[in-house]
Design a protein around this ligand. Structure first.
Ligand SMILES: Nc1ncnc2c1ncn2[C@@H]1O[C@H](COP(=O)(O)OP(=O)(O)OP(=O)(O)O)[C@@H](O)[C@H]1O
Length: 231
């Protein structure tokens, strides 16, 4: 087990969005979250690296314990100063590619130098590793100084994945990673997810029952802020 979530509740203002959710996350397995729009799936993902904190009206109760670098980390008592560490170890890729302005290389080098504090040389090594892991290296090796926006939708999604992987996460949060992709590119990303799950724990949202079936070692159904079934 890599994660234990106990009675997690999240509300925005007076609206309770997650209601006493308890579940466990298993190491190097793919957990697929499904359920109707608004049932709290993305909020659950964001709770796993305390990203909900960035919304001023968000209030979280309950306990989340993750085992990161073989140490138990209790998320609710983690100091602000440790949040960058948490967010490197528990990396998130959003539904729509969130590119940084600048080149393909900038998109990886900036977080690696600024967030992870790596030297330029070390950052370039990690950049290449991330791009290889995200199966993008062959397509971009010769054009790292091209604007990131010049990539196709599927390439942009893999660039965001590469950026997260370059920070060496142990848990990868993917919010509908194939939602905006054509079927062929979506299958490419699915293959990648299966490969990555040999090294990482994955928690992902999917609206496709077929995809949940294909990828999920564990499938969790959300409804109105609760997990109504899981196996
Ligand atoms: N930052 C926020 N401020 C206020 N309300 C929010 C915020 N984020 C989410 N919500 C509300 O919380 C509820 C759950 O949203 P969430 O995005 O977690 O659902 P979801 O299951 O991921 O939906 P979808 O499948 O459409 O992405 C929704 O009613 C949403 O409007």
């Amino acid at each position: 087990m890599i994660g234990e979530i106990d009675e997690l509740s999240v509300r925005f203002g007076s609206t309770e969005v997650l209601k006493r959710v308890s579940l466990t996350l298993q190491e190097r397995k793919v957990h697929v979250l499904s359920g109707p729009s608004g049932s709290g799936k993305t909020t659950f993902l964001r709770a796993l690296n305390r990203l909900n904190d960035s919304f001023g009206d968000c209030h979280t109760t309950g306990r989340i314990r993750l085992w990161l670098d073989d140490q138990p980390v209790q998320l609710e008592s983690l100091s602000q100063a440790r949040l960058p560490y948490l967010r490197q170890r528990v990396g998130m890729v959003f539904q729509h590619p969130q590119l940084l302005p600048g080149t393909i290389a900038d998109n990886l080098l900036l977080p690696l130098t600024v967030v992870a504090g790596l030297s330029r040389t070390r950052a370039r090594e990690r950049m290449e590793q991330g791009l290889v892991q995200a199966a993008l290296w062959p397509e971009v090796a010769g054009r790292l100084t091209a604007p990131a926006v010049s990539l196709s939708g599927g390439q942009q999604q893999r660039l965001c994945l590469a950026r997260t992987l370059a920070l060496k996460p142990q848990i990868l949060l993917l919010d509908e990673p194939t939602a905006s992709l054509d079927p062929e590119t979506a299958l490419q990303i699915e293959t990648l997810i299966t490969e990555l799950s040999r090294q990482l724990t994955i928690v992902m949202v999917s609206h496709s029952p077929e995809q949940a079936q294909r990828l999920g070692d564990h499938r969790l159904q959300f409804e109105r802020g609760r997990v109504v079934s899981g196996h």
